[in-house]
Design a protein around this ligand. Structure first.
Ligand code: F6R
Length: 611
């Protein structure tokens, strides 16, 4: 989704380079146009362009204009098509105020009408954001902070807005409501941004701006104000991420790099939660026997890939902890009036911790008395801050839009939680607890070995990349992996893919299977292997080409499939951690052969901060 970068330093130059550099680091969030406003020569210079940041850079390089301060933006269209006119920054009528905005101003039609009819203002874009520029202009009487405060009082919706005034070139004012915003402390300079990667090169000390707070940034100061306009004290958050973690480091794409980072991410997520005796420790998370005995139901709430991790989580919690669990898609959960009371535990899963639907579901759950535990990757993100307890995944920054290492580390968290709950409740026998824990401990090495098979997956990708219809089938916990494999493939290769429980095929979907169909059959479950083979027979009988994914050993020896992908032998309960990886690689290589923009697929955004 949209990305924001603000910079204010000394001298008369630097802003152009630093802001475009920051915007490039936010490219992963997804965008369709970019722009920048610089305070220069007593005014504001605004440049913007549809398309990649490279287009904006061309315009900027052709001009000698630079500044000590500015604001930049990458736009992901919500209101109005991607175009130069709709790109941010937007200005008021005389160009003395410039703003960049992330989010949606829900009452913009009403505000636009008011600005047009009562103040004769005409609009140059189709965006909701432009109203903010005109309102700040209208309220401006020499104090940008005051004008921004008056403006937000009239606005409804979700937003992070950064504003500059030509008459106050040494200030940037920003405000946050339900859209991410951080302020970074640099050396003789300060920053604003949507996300940590934008600042990694320049600032390690940041302030996390909270909802309904306004922040005034000058070269030497960052002052945060609460809704009542009173300054608030905020602890500095030290970013420990390595600056290189957000670089490609020799890989062609972030996605491939992140696939290969999975053994390390899993090991880190495990090690952070195991004590010196190898027992699960949930420091900072309160789940005593008494508390767990009170819990009557668990909802796991998430979107996209994170919801697939939730499906595996449901399986693990019901199997190991014997507590009824449901996995819900956040956008549905928040509107379906689920049964929630103080005996309900809601587990939100989110890589970014900023997904608006997940955040809204979390708030809905809390307002109804549920306790919320979140599994989150981005430290200090909104979901993390608003939850009662946080179980962090230690995947490191995930830059590629297609989620990979966040998914497998989310799986680890869900298994650990389920085992811990079962053990603490006295339900899970000791030997079973130890068996699964030991299986999890073997995952980093098994994954490393599995990744050595990349050339085999690449060969399969060469055979299938022209296919336009791909089905993923599986049984048991493989259904969740089928859904994830299918999502990975469609989002980066644009092939129409569909995932379904193998047993459901003959209730309708088999009508679509013919000689042009490709079926990826997940057969990792020993106890369901024979049944899955029958499903393979059914689709083969209708002419489908079948790729089977199975464990090394008996299952993998079967000759019924046209191609076989093998994963290392492991217990049925933990196969998703391994089985998903060849599917990530398959999606990656198919997309590469099709010439797709793998890290930045069309229409997609990394952090979905609108409904
Ligand atoms: C797919 C993908 C998305 C996200 C979803 C939730 O590869 O990345 O489906 O999983 O948008 O995002 P988070 O986990 O940030 O809440």
């Amino acid at each position: 989704m949209c990305g924001i970068v603000g910079y204010i330093g000394g001298g008369s130059s630097g802003a152009k380079r630093i802001i475009t550099d920051g915007l490039k680091r936010l490219e992963y969030r997804g965008y369709d146009s970019a722009g920048i406003a610089l305070a220069a020569d007593g005014g504001l210079i605004v440049e913007k362009s549809v398309g990649r940041i490279a287009n904006l850079e061309k315009i900027l390089n052709a001009s000698s204009a630079d500044s000590h301060a500015g604001i930049g933006h990458t736009r992901w269209a919500t209101h109005g098509e991607p175009s130069d006119a709709n790109a941010h920054p937007h200005t008021n009528a005389d160009g003395s105020i410039a703003i960049v905005h992330n989010g949606i101003i829900e009452n913009y039609i009403e505000l636009k009408k008011w600005l047009t009819t009562e103040h004769g203002i005409s609009f140059r874009s189709e965006t909701d954001s432009e109203v903010a520029a005109h309102m700040i202009g209208l309220f401006y009487e020499g104090d940008l902070l005051d004008a921004v405060n008056k403006t937000v009082k009239k606005m409804r919706g979700a937003y992070a807005i950064c504003a500059m005034a030509a008459a106050e070139p040494d200030k940037i004012v920003a405000v946050r409501k339900d859209a991410p915003l951080i302020a970074g402390i640099g050396e003789n300079c300060n920053f604003l941004a949507s996300d940590i990667p934008a600042l990694l090169k320049y600032a390690r000390m940041i302030y996390l701006i909270e909802n309904n707070e306004t922040v005034l940034v000058t070269r030497n100061d960052i002052t945060i104000f609460n809704e009542a306009g009173k300054p608030v004290k905020r602890d500095v958050f030290h970013v420990t991420w390595d600056a290189d973690a957000a670089e490609k480091g020799g890989y062609d794409h972030f996605m491939r790099k992140e696939i290969f980072e999975q053994p390390a991410g899993i090991a880190e997520t495990l090690n952070r939660r195991l004590d010196e005796n190898g027992e699960i420790k949930l420091d900072g998370i309160s789940l005593t026997k008494q508390e767990l005995d009170r819990i009557e139901r668990i909802y796991i709430v998430a979107c996209g890939t994170a919801s697939h991790a939730g499906l595996v989580g449901k399986f693990a919690i019901e199997k190991f902890a014997r507590i009824p669990a449901e996995t819900d898609i956040a956008s549905e959960f928040r509107y379906r009036e689920p049964y929630i009371d103080d005996k309900t535990l809601v587990i939100c899963i989110s890589q970014s911790g900023e997904t608006l639907d997940t955040l809204a579901a979390l708030r809905e759950a809390k307002s109804k008395g549920a306790r919320v535990l979140s599994v989150v990757n981005v430290v200090g993100s909104s979901v993390a801050r608003e939850s009662d307890d946080v179980f962090y995944t230690w995947a490191g920054p995930e830059i590629a839009v297609a989620s990979t290492k966040a998914f497998t580390t989310q799986l680890i968290c869900m298994y650990l939680l389920a085992l811990y709950m079962g053990r603490t409740r006295g339900i899970l026998p000791d030997n079973e607890y130890k068996r699964v824990l030991s299986e999890l401990g073997e995952m980093p090495d098994k994954l490393t070995k599995l990744l050595e098979d990349e050339p085999k997956i690449q060969n399969i990708a060469k055979k299938i990349y022209k296919n336009e219809r791909i089905f993923f089938i599986g049984r048991g916990v493989d259904v969740s992996v089928a859904l994830e494999g299918s999502l990975k493939l469609k989002e980066i290769s644009y092939i129409h893919s569909f995932a379904i429980a193998a047993g459901e095929l003959k209730h309708g979907t088999i009508a679509l299977i013919d000689r042009d169909s490709l079926v990826v059959a997940l057969a990792s479950q020993d106890r369901l292997f024979e049944k899955l083979l029958s499903n393979i027979e059914e689709v083969k009988a209708r002419g489908a080409y079948v790729i089977m994914l199975a464990k090394t050993g008996a299952g993998g020896m079967d000759k019924r499939a046209d191609d076989v992908i093998l994963i290392p032998a492991c217990a049925d309960d933990v196969t998703p951690i391994l089985a998903v990886v060849p599917l990530q690689l398959l999606a990656y290589h198919v997309a590469k052969l099709r010439g797709c923009d793998i890290d930045k697929p069309k229409n997609l955004a990394k952090s979905v901060t609108v409904e």
